[in-house]
Design a protein around this ligand. Structure first.
Ligand SMILES: NC(=O)c1ccc[n+]([C@@H]2O[C@H](COP(=O)([O-])OP(=O)(O)OC[C@H]3O[C@@H](n4cnc5c(N)ncnc54)[C@H](OP(=O)(O)O)[C@@H]3O)[C@@H](O)[C@H]2O)c1
Length: 252
């Protein structure tokens, strides 16, 4: 798989996302939190989806304090959400917004890091539910709104172990391979009929709670912070990446 990058030295305009509405999953913490703040700082109205309402409220407050457009909070646990909840969400958004310009699938579970032989079945299913099935359901119900935008962008978060398998990364790695597959299927399906582009993005090692759990012996500050990798998150969400679809991006 050939990895792509944002253009060298990419420097987005400060109003890159002005007038756009962008939904970010896992917006309460880690990379999703920083992406939400960054998109808002570049003019977007951000819809913050996550499972821990207090964290979403803190992001909401930070956006308001910074003078960003009033965000929306979508408290939703992607592990337990059923089809009816997805349809209710889509109906609610369709009643409020003319279109959806961006969808960042970012929420994920790490699951068991152990040999396949020792991995738990329920843990495996949970990872697939959040990292794969939820992406499918959310995309499916939001596609009509995305197709109403002049050029919407769907970004699916991948990982190095979703592009080359590695021992002990079990369900997480398999879920990220599925994410790459979903990206390719969707991009191909939408390429000639709509203005919706679909790409995957591997943030690579980034200093977040997930990374610290996966690599407890590592010095966390050896990795970039989420703020350091926002260039490619902006590039893929803004109009500078119009026409780019079906590609596997990497933050560095
Ligand atoms: N950090 C890295 O080095 C790295 C490397 C490669 C790929 N990635 C990918 O980058 C993305 C972001 O990772 P991160 O490092 O920022 O992880 P993180 O710090 O663990 O944040 C993940 C976010 O997803 C949310 N989430 C988890 N389960 C959820 C559920 N059932 N329903 C709704 N939201 C849920 C979490 O909510 P709570 O705040 O409530 O826990 C949290 O806000 C993930 O897709 C990850 O696989 C990260």
């Amino acid at each position: 798989m050939e990895e792509k990058f944002a253009p060298r030295g990419y420097s987005p305009e400060s109003d890159l996302l002005q007038g756009k509405t962008i939904l970010v999953t896992g917006a309460g913490d880690g990379i999703g939190r920083t992406a939400a703040l960054t998109y808002a700082a570049h003019g977007a109205t951000v819809l913050l989806l996550g499972r821990t309402e207090s964290k979403l409220e803190a992001v909401y407050d930070a956006i308001e304090r910074a003078g960003g457009a009033q965000p929306g909070i979508i408290a939703m646990d992607l592990l337990s959400a059923d089809a009816a909840q997805y349809h209710t969400l889509a109906e609610g958004l369709e009643g409020t917004f003319d279109c959806l310009d961006g969808l960042l699938h970012n929420a994920a579970l790490l699951g068991d890091m152990c040999p396949v032989e020792n991995a738990g079945y329920q843990s495996w299913c949970d990872v697939m539910q959040v990292n794969v099935n939820a992406q499918f359901m959310l995309t499916k119900v939001l596609l009509p709104l995305l197709q109403r935008a002049p050029g919407a962008s769907i970004v699916l978060t991948s990982s190095g172990v979703g592009r080359s398998g590695r021992a002990y990364w079990g369900s997480y790695a398999v879920s990220k391979f599925a994410t790459e597959g979903f990206m390719q299927v969707l991009a191909d399906e939408l390429a000639n009929t709509t203005q919706v582009r679909v790409n995957s993005l591997n943030p690579k090692g980034t200093n977040t709670a997930m990374r610290r759990t996966a690599y407890p012996a590592e010095n966390p500050t050896d990795n970039p912070s989420p703020e350091d990798i926002m260039g490619v998150y902006l590039y893929l969400m803004g109009d500078d990446s119009r026409g780019v679809t079906g590609q596997a991006f990497s933050a560095r």
